[in-house]
Write a protein that binds this ligand. Structure first.
Ligand SMILES: NC(=O)C1=CN([C@@H]2O[C@H](COP(=O)(O)OP(=O)(O)OC[C@H]3O[C@@H](n4cnc5c(N)ncnc54)[C@H](OP(=O)(O)O)[C@@H]3O)[C@@H](O)[C@H]2O)C=CC1
Ligand SMILES: CC(=O)C(=O)O
Ligand SMILES: [Mg+2]
Length: 764
């Protein structure tokens, strides 16, 4: 089977997998008891109905309407597949629903309407206004789509947006601005050759003109060739009035004619219409946007072969520069819905264009697993952000919301835009809500955090965010020249000496002090002066720990490269333990759809004693309070309240006895099965007088295998986000990350380490 056939089979399998299709409706309120039924349905629901009768605005508070968008098509221009009808278009509409939900948390009903007559279609859609907060028209062919959209916009008081027109135009506008930036051409003088004068084509042309392209520099083709003034179908007043304005007095008749010397090609027509020999005729450093889906106007590989100097984009996700309206519609609707916009106007569209273009030119963040940990940099192969870029929501929706408010179409203006941005950030990063109190506290009194692996890309990107958000004063251990070079290469804005300090690992004036201190600490543990010099010279973590010990830094982060155990050894030697007997332990957290769960000890003690288990629970409970969470601890075991006599069950019973004495107010219970820890109802049946109420959020285990495996299983199976490991028990604030840590994780750990240092300083 060819690769292409293989892919088709995989796509069919993806859709076929039970439950069929890609989207379903899920209730958002409890429906467990008789009372729930009475509240949700008759008689309770009548109260909600009456409230809406009294004030229709209440619909957005009492129903899902305010967050519900109708994705509506009649199937007449589905992707580039053409007029395949509404039923066959349903997979695309479900797909749009998935993107609305995943990227912006917006709910969608997809409606595939069997109606080709534009006036009847308008009637049907207009009648649906009570259902929706907004309407996204999709894949309705030109010229009918122009009429349908215009009439609906006039009649409805909710945003109506034809995605193929304006979503495409917005993203093409942003990509064009940035592509011309890359090739160094002026928008006012570039010549355009366009294939496709349909929904997408005309809207893209209007947008490009609004952005500064001169109308006289544009020539357009459709299936009948060049739009010229002599064409019978393009006479003023005819059915094609929408496209007449792009008809020109020219002798050119085909795409091959108009492409000669063009600076930019925009294709929103059909696969394969642009030939390599045509591309060869374009001006130097041509920009080629071949956006037909699923097959572009030219295969990007052929375009590249024909013109190695070209900047190329397609609508597909499997080539660089995916110019697709998916980068726009979830976010423009998010901003519009959140301020109760009555429409999506030109100001909101332009705000979106500029926000997208800006975002790609700013340094990218780490895009996580979706792109194999790769972080792109602005240039020919990265003109616009990628669809999985979490910054899209946080940047675009507030820009759109602000433009709606400034242009007077917002019925529910947002006075605190910074707070709005924070809420979006919490939603998109998921760790945001948990981290917020820690971030706020870190900002109050910025601590000096030293990063042992200061040359690492992940560290540098994280440090940029740490500086931007004012979380700490960073110190990087590394070679200044290398750090400087990487800051440049990554397009970061960090200034050495101003935003960040650097401790030069090759040549720092404090080197003598460092090795002498290390020798003093280690002289009776077999380390000679020359060994001390060699270790300090070659181990970044040793330098970082010595800086903390000498009071030159308040907290330390390391572990992005190298082995956890070895880093821990140096930190333990240099910084010492808070309590030698009880030792060190590590706390990790998972945030997933069900909430936040903490696990201890996930990384340090292989076989802790009962006293050590109890110690790690006490330490962890204290840290949960920093996150604003009331600890509810469960001592997890294979045994349920004395059902087993095994040594590990006994250990957990002993740990509980210690905890009852050491921390009498702590809500903790044990030993118990993991499901009993999470299920209060089941627990109350076995142990009615349980001193743990509700679902446990802090799970302690009898050994490292159980804790570490549970943490990793929960994180992976629930697609959760990890926080930590947070080291507990060292005499200073110092933490060992793992090589898989993302930029976000490093930023989060910086704030945690900084607050940890504040608390120690306050204790004295
Ligand atoms: N990447 C993206 O984000 C998006 C891409 N698109 C793609 O753009 C294309 C057009 O979509 P849309 O505007 O909604 O559809 P329409 O049906 O409204 O318009 C299609 C246009 O392309 C022209 N066309 C079709 N086939 C050819 C051909 N072989 N040679 C020259 N011109 C041709 C049509 O000409 P005529 O009027 O003479 O038939 C018409 O002008 C599709 O492939 C779609 O997938 C659309 C939206 C977003
Ligand atoms: C992406 C899109 O909307 C289309 O190709 O029609
Ligand atoms: Mg479409």
């Amino acid at each position: 089977m060819s690769e292409q056939e293989d892919f088709k089979q995989a796509a069919l399998e993806y859709h076929r997998q039970a439950p069929a299709g890609k989207i379903k409706v899920t209730p958002t309120k409890a429906m467990v008891t008789q009372r729930d039924l009475a509240l949700a349905y008759s008689p309770g629901v009548a109260a909600a109905c009456e409230a809406i009768v009294a004030d229709p605005g209440e619909a957005s508070a009492l129903t899902a309407r305010g967050n519900l968008v109708g994705v509506i098509t009649n199937g007449t221009a589905v992707l580039g597949l053409g007029d395949i009808g509404p039923l066959a278009g349903k997979p695309v509409m479900e797909g749009k629903g998935v993107l609305f939900q995943k990227f912006a948390g917006i709910d969608v009903f997809d409606l595939e309407v069997n109606e080709r007559d534009p006036d009847k279609l308008v009637e049907i859609i207009a009648a649906l206004e009570p259902t929706f907060g907004g309407i996204n028209l999709e894949d309705i062919k030109a010229p009918e789509c122009f009429v349908v959209e215009k009439k609906l916009r006039e009649r409805l008081k909710i945003p109506v947006f034809h995605d193929d027109q304006h979503g495409t135009a917005i993203i093409v506008g942003a990509a064009l601005i940035n592509a011309l930036h890359v090739v160094g051409k002026d928008i006012a003088s570039v010549r355009l050759a366009v294939s496709g004068a349909g929904a997408a084509g005309i809207a893209c042309l209007d947008m490009m003109v609004a952005l500064g392209v001169k109308p006289e520099n544009i020539l357009v083709t459709d299936r009948d060739g060049v739009l010229h003034t002599g064409r019978a179908d393009l006479q003023p007043g005819g059915a094609n009035h929408g496209i007449v304005r792009y008809a020109r007095d020219t002798s050119a008749r085909t795409l091959a004619d108009i492409i000669v010397g063009a600076d930019v090609f925009v294709g929103v027509s059909a696969g394969g219409v642009l030939k390599p020999e045509m591309v060869k005729q374009m001006a130097e450093r041509p920009v080629i946007f071949a956006l037909a889906n699923p097959t572009p106007e030219i295969d990007p590989k052929l375009a590249r072969e024909a013109r190695p100097d070209a900047v190329i984009a397609t609508g597909r996700s499997d080539f660089p520069n995916q110019v697709n309206n998916a980068l726009c519609f979830p976010y423009i609707f998010r901003g519009a819905l959140d301020v109760g916009a009555t429409t999506i106007n030109e100001e909101m569209k332009l705000a979106c264009v500029n926000a997208i273009a800006d975002l790609a030119r700013r340094e990218a963040t780490d895009l996580g697993a979706a792109y194999g940990g790769e972080t792109p940099r602005f240039g020919a192969d990265y003109l616009i952000p990628r669809p999985f870029d979490p910054r899209l929501l946080v940047s675009l929706a507030p820009a759109v919301a602000r433009a709606a408010m400034d242009s007077g179409v917002a019925t529910r203006p947002i006075s605190d835009l910074a707070g709005y941005r924070d809420r979006l950030s919490s939603w998109v990063f998921r760790t945001g809500l948990l981290m917020k109190p820690v971030f706020d506290r870190a900002r109050d009194d910025r601590k000096r955090v030293v990063y042992a692996e200061g040359e690492e890309e992940t560290v540098l990107r994280a440090v940029q965010t740490v500086v931007d958000e004012g979380l700490a004063k960073p110190i990087l251990v590394g070679r200044p020249a290398v750090i400087e070079r990487r800051i440049q290469r990554l397009g970061l804005r960090l200034r050495i000496g101003e935003d960040v300090e650097v401790t030069n690992i090759d040549d720092d004036p404090r080197f003598n002090d460092y090795w002498q201190l290390y020798h003093e600490i280690m002289q009776r543990k077999g380390i000679t002066p020359s060994a001390a010099k060699a270790i300090v010279r070659s181990r970044d973590v040793v330098i970082a720990a010595l800086m903390v010990r000498r009071g030159e830094a308040d907290a330390l982060l390391c572990g992005l490269v190298g082995r956890f155990v070895r880093k821990l050894k140096y930190m333990r030697e240099i910084l010492g333990l808070e309590n030698e007997v009880r030792g060190l332990s590590a706390l990790s957290a998972v945030i997933n759809d069900k909430g936040v769960f903490f696990f201890t000890d996930t990384h340090v003690q292989v076989e802790p004693t009962a006293a050590q288990v109890a110690e790690s629970v006490v330490q962890a409970a204290f840290r949960l309070k920093l996150f604003g969470i009331t600890p509810k601890a469960a001592l997890v075991s294979h045994s349920n309240f004395g059902s087993s006599e095994s040594a590990s069950a006994q250990k957990m019973r002993d740990a509980l006895a210690i905890l009852r004495e050491r921390a009498p107010k702590l809500e903790v219970e044990g030993e118990m099965h993991a499901d009993i820890a999470l299920n209060a109802e089941a627990r109350s049946r076995i142990l009615p007088e349980s001193r743990l109420h509700g679902r446990a959020n802090l799970l302690a285990f009898a050994n490292l295998d159980a804790a570490n495996a549970s943490y990793n299983l929960v994180r992976n199976i629930t697609d959760g986000v990890g926080i930590g490991p947070i080291l507990m028990g060292l005499a200073a604030s110092a933490h060992v990350l793992t090589p898989s840590a993302t930029v976000r994780r490093v930023v989060n750990m910086t704030a945690i380490a900084a607050v940890d240092a504040q608390i120690r300083a306050a204790r004295g």
